[in-house]
Design a protein. Structure first.
Ligand code: TYM
Length: 331
């Protein structure tokens, strides 16, 4: 089992990232060889202020370590330090049909009405993402539900390349999408994903939010006037209620059935304080560690540099066999 995953270093880590992906990273590093990275090359597909990007990259590294990613167990690095990601992406661009990229829903969402003004990088973003996982011969890629389509594309790209070259250059990676929080929704709108780009800060819980802020955001979270049901089917058509139940289940490592068994018949006046307590007891130690780590640039750089060295060694093997398969001459 070879586990690979990444996160964009834009802004803050939010509860969706933590419950949908990072919590699984932390679990998987106990059982598998893991490569986790800050996707800084993906971040530049949209305009960025250079100094902010460097700061955000270090800050996201601190957030991952604070969340339990252990640089002694996992290889932790930033993409830009491992040149093979960009090299392999180029080779994959050349065999990926445009039609496959035209189907990507995230590009449509992110480019909106201004497709002609979006960068080529934004359009071809999923091919770089395929390179990120194929380069390490990943078997499992722990992500939230929103990355499913990108992972399916990575498999298609790998199969096509293997087929075209008549060689098994790439392992076909499987998306690992697990748990009740694979898709954490906005606290203000149960039909929208919790996201760092939502203009309303009340829509998400950030790792940097203090206990009062967590409490305020959960109290203000949209719900409905009904009590909680005893069965999951009773949450049908109640997106906001279902989201809070899923968050509670994920944060306490319980099943949604167990949460409903505890809270059936109670309204949100009872449920929200219990949820706030559970969130604060999990998130406040992470926040404290994050605050302690984030100002130590030297330590963070040393960790990322060490991780990149190890990643580079692994990555280079795949890069060389890909060049060779294409007939490109190398020393
Ligand atoms: P990014 O930075 O948007 O998100 C990082 C991880 O958090 C998950 N996630 C969520 N999970 C549940 N509910 C949510 N509301 C939520 N929001 C985000 C994402 O699914 C992701 O797992 N393209 C990727 C980064 C990337 C990558 C890769 C991932 C680049 N290369 C290779 C895996 C493998 C991205 O922008 O994730």
């Amino acid at each position: 089992m070879r586990v690979v995953s990444g996160i964009q270093p834009t802004g803050n880590l939010h509860l969706g990232n933590y419950l949908g992906a990072i919590k699984n990273w932390v679990k998987m590093q106990e059982e598998a060889e893991c490569f986790f990275f800050l996707a800084d090359l993906h971040a530049i597909t949209v305009p960025n202020e250079p100094a902010a990007l460097s700061a955000n990259t270090r800050e996201m590294a601190a957030a991952l370590i604070a969340s339990g990613v252990d640089p002694d167990k996992s290889t932790l690095f930033n993409q830009a330090r491992v040149s093979g990601h960009a090299e392999l992406a180029w080779m994959l661009f050349c065999s990926t049909p445009l039609g496959w990229l035209d189907r990507m829903t995230q590009f449509k969402e992110k480019s909106g009405k201004h497709k002609q003004r979006a960068s080529m990088g934004l359009y071809s973003y999923p091919v770089l993402q395929a390179a990120d996982v194929l380069i390490y011969q990943a078997t499992h890629v722990p992500v939230g539900d929103d990355q499913k389509q990108h992972l399916e594309l990575a498999r298609d790209i790998a199969s096509k390349f293997n087929g075209d070259s008549g060689q098994d250059i790439f392992t076909l990676p499987e998306a690992y999408i697990n748990g009740p929080a694979a898709r954490v929704m906005s606290l203000r709108d149960g039909s929208a994903k919790m996201s760092k780009s939502d203009p309303s800060d009340l829509s998400r819980i950030n790792l940097s939010d203090d206990d009062d802020m967590i409490s305020k955001k959960i109290k203000k979270a949209r719900t409905d006037a009904e009590v909680l049901p005893s069965e999951i089917e009773g949450l049908e058509g109640r997106a906001e209620a279902r989201n809070l139940v899923n968050i509670y289940a994920a944060i306490t490592d319980k099943s949604t059935d167990a949460i409903l068994a505890e809270h059936a018949g109670k309204g949100f006046g009872d449920f929200k304080p219990a949820l706030i307590d559970a969130m604060i007891s999990t998130l406040s130690p992470i926040r404290e560690r994050f605050i302690a780590l984030k100002s130590d640039d030297k330590m963070l750089d040393a960790i990322l540099e060490k991780g990149a060295k190890k990643a580079q060694e692994e990555a280079q093997k795949t890069v060389e066999s890909t060049y060779k398969a294409l007939g490109l001459l190398r020393n």
